[in-house]
Write a protein that binds this ligand. Structure first.
Ligand code: ADP
Ligand code: TRP
Length: 322
């Protein structure tokens, strides 16, 4: 049996990048009867950037509802909020003491965030160590993530190997699972879609707002009648990720033939999202309106996660002499 583990920060509402880059591929892996999946909401990580309590609560519920909307089976697998197994913070401290300072100082995500954010706090700096604890505390074998998380997985593997070399087999060395066909989903401005760049498409929004967002995707100024290059267009890039082969070929022909505006392509993308995700949008709304039901599912997973985590933690404490 392989143990698959991944988390999504509750720093905002889950978006198309999270769905295509993490939620859908993760759920596919979780369906394999040979796999056991631990999927969690990284609400402790969200504290590095979000300080508002109400916002965190809402984002945490929305992230959880997104997993359920896309069909995550919480009976077969383990679904939880990171903060509800607070011993992960204890493990983080231990791992911190085996993490060389330069490894954290050189992490891309820290450099990127410390350049961009005004609140550069200690949590942001040790973020990868908490992530390592998330993974190592549950003996995870595979971690499905987007390409942007690759370095964090390398840091996790480094920390685990250093520890194992010093104390003997303690941690399972995890492997990142990066879906090459998805890679980085572009946002409405063409950069990586991310909650931190305000360029996300929230597919769970009411239709009117969702349409407005799709219509805001940045394109060049080629006039309507002129042929357009689909391969440099943000709208086409997103369309391609959702459409079937026949729809993609047809859209390509529309672009290359001229007399097809970016507005038409955006409308087609909007309709594709609405058409494809009707059921998911409904399930999402259902759980957001019935949060006690959602929380019950999480609590069930939290009990199971804690049981696994405490065993690994006991193993670590024994090794280091506590
Ligand atoms: P964000 O960048 O919006 O804060 P997170 O860091 O919470 O997103 O990412 C949660 C998961 O979704 C991770 O596995 C991450 O790699 C994946 N992910 C986020 N944005 C994208 C994207 N634009 N393309 C592909 N995967 C993404
Ligand atoms: N850092 C991840 C991200 O921003 C979220 C995350 C936290 C995570 N802990 C994890 C992902 C453990 C995989 C495994 O996307």
């Amino acid at each position: 049996m392989a143990r698959i583990l991944t988390g999504i920060q509750s720093t905002g509402r889950p978006h198309l990048g999270n769905i295509l880059g993490a939620i859908k591929p993760g759920i596919e892996l979780s369906k394999d009867p040979e796999n056991e999946a631990l999927f969690f909401i990284a609400d402790l990580h969200s504290l590095t950037t979000i300080k508002d309590d109400k916002e965190r609560r809402e984002n945490t519920l929305a992230s959880a509802a997104a997993w359920l909307a896309f069909g995550f089976d919480t009976d077969k697998n383990i679904f939880y909020r990171q903060s509800q197994i607070p011993e992960v913070c204890e493990l983080t401290w231990y791992l911190n003491c085996y993490t060389p300072y330069p490894m954290l100082a050189n992490a891309h995500s820290f450099k990127d965030k410390s350049d961009r954010l005004s609140d550069v706090n200690g949590g942001l700096f040790t973020y990868p160590v908490l992530m390592a604890a998330d993974i190592l505390m549950y003996d995870a074998n595979y971690v499905p993530v987007g390409k942007d998380q690759q370095q964090h997985l390398e840091i996790t593997r480094d920390i685990a190997s250093t520890f194992n070399n010093r104390y003997g087999e303690t941690f399972v060395i995890p492997e990142a699972k990066i879906d090459k066909t998805v890679m980085t989903i572009p946002g409405t401005d063409g950069n990586k879609m991310s909650k931190s760049y305000n360029n996300t498409i929230d597919v769970f929004q009411p239709q009117k707002q969702l349409r407005k967002k799709v219509m805001s995707i940045v394109t060049d100024s080629t006039p309507l009648e002129k042929p357009k290059n689909p391969d440099t267009c943000n709208v086409f890039a997103l369309y391609k990720l959702l459409a079937n082969d026949e729809q993609i070929t047809e859209m390509r022909t529309n672009y290359e033939g001229g007399n097809y505006g970016y507005g038409d392509a955006k409308q087609a993308l909007f309709e594709l999202i609405i058409g494809q995700m009707e059921q998911e949008r409904e399930t999402f709304d259902y759980y957001m309106e019935n949060t006690p039901e959602l929380i019950k599912k999480l609590e069930k997973g939290e009990a199971k996660a804690r049981e696994i985590g405490l065993k690994v933690l006991a193993r670590v404490k024994e090794k280091i002499g506590f």
